[in-house]
Design a binder for this molecule. Sequence first.
Ligand code: C2E
Ligand code: MG
Ligand code: MG
Ligand code: MG
Length: 282
Amino acid sequence: KAKESAAANYKFFAEYMNKENHSRLELESALRSAMKNNEFSLHYQPIINITNQKILGFEALLRWQHPHLGNISPEHFIPIAEDLGLINELGDWVFCHALEQLREWKTNISQEFYIAINLSAKQLQSNTLVTSLVNTIEEYQINPQNIHIEITETSVISDPEMAVKKLKKLRDIGFKISIDDFGTGQSSLNYLKKFPINTIKIDKTFVKSAESDQVDMAIVKAVLSIAESMDLAVVAEGVETKSQEKLLLGEGCKIGQGYLYSKPLPASQVKQLFNRKLRLVE
Ligand code: C2E
Ligand code: MG
Ligand code: MG
Ligand code: MG
């Protein structure tokens, strides 16, 4: 009996703590004050045309550095921000900062250059999302064509009809829509048919295993083939090795993102990437 309840207590305790060993309560209270304490920043990871190693754009990735708790992964704190009702404010902050950065880069980049911005499920449900995004592109005088909105399949499952409507609105305004982590959610193929998307991002788990696992390889091929017939762009996520790149190129995948090219970097370090091709090691 005592053993059982000790085990139950431990399980409770373990669930209460996240992977980085901060309690949920600790993270909640820290998150509530993170915005006013300036603890958020954006990192940018290049998205590469792998046929010529040119940078097509950057994905903005949110970072939270707490003075005592350290760096906390967005995979941990985004769901908490959603639960606490902080996600819209945080999402607006991300959008403003990414656009401000894009405007600063605009002078030395091409017309097609873009910034990819992640939207969470709760942001997509918000009634103020569209007006807020429109106000921000007007404020920073950014063409919505230069913004790729990334959503995941799991972020639309709670209300797919509403999501389709909202994404169509965004596409009509001129934003590009990408489906992130493609293949990891449910009804991926169904979403391809219903959602107004421009780009598929193949999840890194498939890219990672394509060389060693025939099924993962088959999935990568199938996604590329469907995308081609639907006239969608495909980005391979999590490209870490030359041999993965070679395999992707061989299958006709032209766009990649991953540590092979660059880790996500603060804006101050991104400037150096603009003036050179990205191949660092041969
Ligand atoms: P994501 O949108 O799929 O972003 C790609 C993730 O893969 C990033 O993790 C990136 O650092 C990581 N990555 C890039 N290249 C490689 C590689 O070669 N190998 C491996 N193993 N990983 C690679 P990160 O920055 O920790 O972000 C995790 C997730 O958090 C993102 O996944 C996205 O879903 C969410 N996220 C990040 N920033 C935001 C944001 O501003 N808003 C919202 N709503 N979600 C965000
Ligand atoms: Mg993303
Ligand atoms: Mg992804
Ligand atoms: Mg992800």
